[in-house]
Ligand binder design. Structure first.
Ligand code: HEC
Length: 486
């Protein structure tokens, strides 16, 4: 990665460099989010020093060229441990452990120097291993490996108190009964193309699964011409076989693409039991703005694959009638707010532009015309962040976490977390907990970090939280080991 000064010069005159927001973005993009100090910083410091050490807040930037209270590690340590009472900087010497203080000092010092390699070398410091207990603000959390021996699990869902299903990206559906993985995949599931980001993706039971047995799957479906698109089916499992399959959504074959990324996916059912699913832009960003095309959309169909009469574009001749909202990049998380019934979606964005959105009928979410992110290689996608007729995200992540699944917590194991949003991060390798009220994010806490890429997160019937990790490929179970001292 280019050093900061070089990066700045590439975009901006030197005089602007220290102060410009565009320049600051390049500073933050160099700070890996998986350093243990990063999580502490997010928890304790963002309110006054900004999410990435540099935005304005009462404490000012910690990336400024000269720190008023001293630049050396010793002096930074002293600022944090003793605080600066007359300025309103709290003292953390009594509430944080020595290791936590050191992690914070290291995170700040290395972020200031822009020396990413040094941070990466220290990323195993403070790494959580399974069977560990971790401290969060509200609970001590017991972390256990629930299922291992999997191949890139993509989704985990529960059918009842004792039965779960897990999709593996390579195209296999796995059954878990009483915490034991059935040694053989379910037979007869659809053939997938698992190149790139494709494969067997989401799985969810019908809202009336107990009486009708339906299970819904999404996957990347390939035609004989090698082009692919996300497809949605439902079926039942009988004698460990996938049966009665019905295709609920198949895009016109003319819209299939040779690309192998941004398949989106995830399912939710609303209170009318309509099925919502997301398809990413498939690497054709401009397609997201056309309601004639399936990609870059959230779709809505009835459970048997028909079009609800009030779908927003159902009456337009050229539109794809399943489209419910548009202007999306790669939504990979959907969850219904347990109280308001709103549909929340996470969207894996460009660099610095991962988003959290509330999905409303017929609304344009702006990709790629507006975005808070830039391309991963540093080039500009758009300079527009807001425009009339395009919805703003509720929240965005900078640096990007590689946001994946989201799930509102509804269990009884962690009562303080009721209706909080759990958010999976692939690149950040973390699980976050967002406090949400009145459609706004009030607080974000990293509750699990450094164990693997977090692909999916699910409420268990027992109130525990189930987390699907990639590398290592396993499913964790998070349970309460008692309340933290608050
Ligand atoms: C309630 C607001 C608040 C919080 C929370 C807070 N700070 Fe500060 N911080 C301040 C203020 C105010 C200053 C003094 C700024 C000044 O002197 O102008 C400061 C100064 C500092 C300095 C010295 C900066 C300099 O210019 O010399 C460091 C280092 C620092 N804070 C780190 C942290 C860290 C790390 C955390 C989280 C553990 C944190 N702060 C949390 C308000 C806060």
């Amino acid at each position: 990665m280019k050093p900061l000064s070089q990066f700045c010069r590439a975009f901006l005159p030197a005089a602007l460099c220290l102060f410009s927001a565009a320049c600051s973005e390049t500073v933050t993009a160099q700070v890996p989010a998986n350093h243990p100090g990063a999580a502490l910083y997010t928890t304790y410091c963002t309110g006054c020093h900004g999410v990435n050490l540099h935005q304005s807040g009462s404490g000012g930037s910690l990336l400024a060229r000269n720190l008023k209270h001293g630049d050396s590690r010793e002096e930074i340590h002293r600022s944090i441990a003793d605080g600066i009472p007359k300025m309103g900087m709290p003292a953390y010497g009594e509430t944080l452990s020595t290791r936590q203080l050191n992690d914070l000092v290291e995170y700040i010092a290395v972020s200031r120097s822009g020396d990413v390699e040094a941070l990466q070398q220290t990323k195993t410091v403070g790494k959580v291993r399974s069977h560990d207990r971790i401290e969060t603000l509200d609970y001590n959390v017991q972390v256990d490996v629930w299922i291992d021996g999997l191949s890139t699990p993509w989704a985990v869902t529960f059918l009842d108190a004792n039965t779960a299903l897990v999709t593996e990206k390579r195209g296999t559906l796995r059954l878990v009964e009483n915490g034991k993985l059935h040694p053989k995949p379910v037979e007869g599931t659809p053939e997938v193309t698992d190149g790139g980001q494709g494969g067997l993706l989401e799985v969810a039971p019908d809202p009336d699964h107990g009486t009708n047995g339906w299970i819904y799957l999404s996957y990347s479906h390939r035609l004989s011409n090698n082009k692919a698109m996300t497809r949605v089916v439902r079926g039942r499992i009988q004698n460990h076989r996938w049966t009665n399959e019905q295709v609920l959504f198949e895009a016109p074959h003319s819209t299939y693409l040779n690309t192998r990324h941004h398949y989106g996916s995830r399912f939710v059912f609303d209170d009318e039991k309509y099925l919502y699913f997301a398809i990413g832009d498939r690497g054709r960003q401009d397609n997201a703005q056309s309601v004639r095309l399936p990609n870059g959309k959230i779709h809505r169909v009835t459970r048997d694959g028909n079009i609800p009469v009030d779908n927003p574009f159902a009456g337009q001749k050229a539109a794809l009638p399943s489209v419910f909202s548009f202007g999306h990049r790669n939504p990979q998380g959907l969850s219904i707010h347990p109280v308001t019934g709103e549909i929340w979606s996470s969207e894996h964005g460009p660099r610095g532009g991962d988003e959290l959105n509330i999905i409303r009928r017929g609304v344009n979410y702006g990709w790629p015309v507006i975005s808070y992110g830039i391309n991963y290689n540093g080039s500009i996608i758009t300079r527009e962040r807001e425009l009339p007729g395009m919805e703003q995200p509720v929240w965005f992540w900078r640096p990007s976490t590689g946001v994946c699944a989201i799930e509102f917590y509804t269990g009884s194991e962690f009562p303080y977390w009721q209706n909080h949003l759990l958010v999976a991060g692939l690149a950040s390798r973390d699980l976050r907990l967002l406090t949400i009220e009145g459609g706004r994010v009030l607080h974000e806490e990293v509750i699990l970090q450094g164990l693997g890429r977090v692909r999916d997160v699910s409420n268990g019937p027992d109130g525990a939280i189930y987390v699907a990790l990639n590398s290592p490929d396993e499913i964790l179970r998070l349970s309460s080991a008692g309340e933290a001292i608050r």
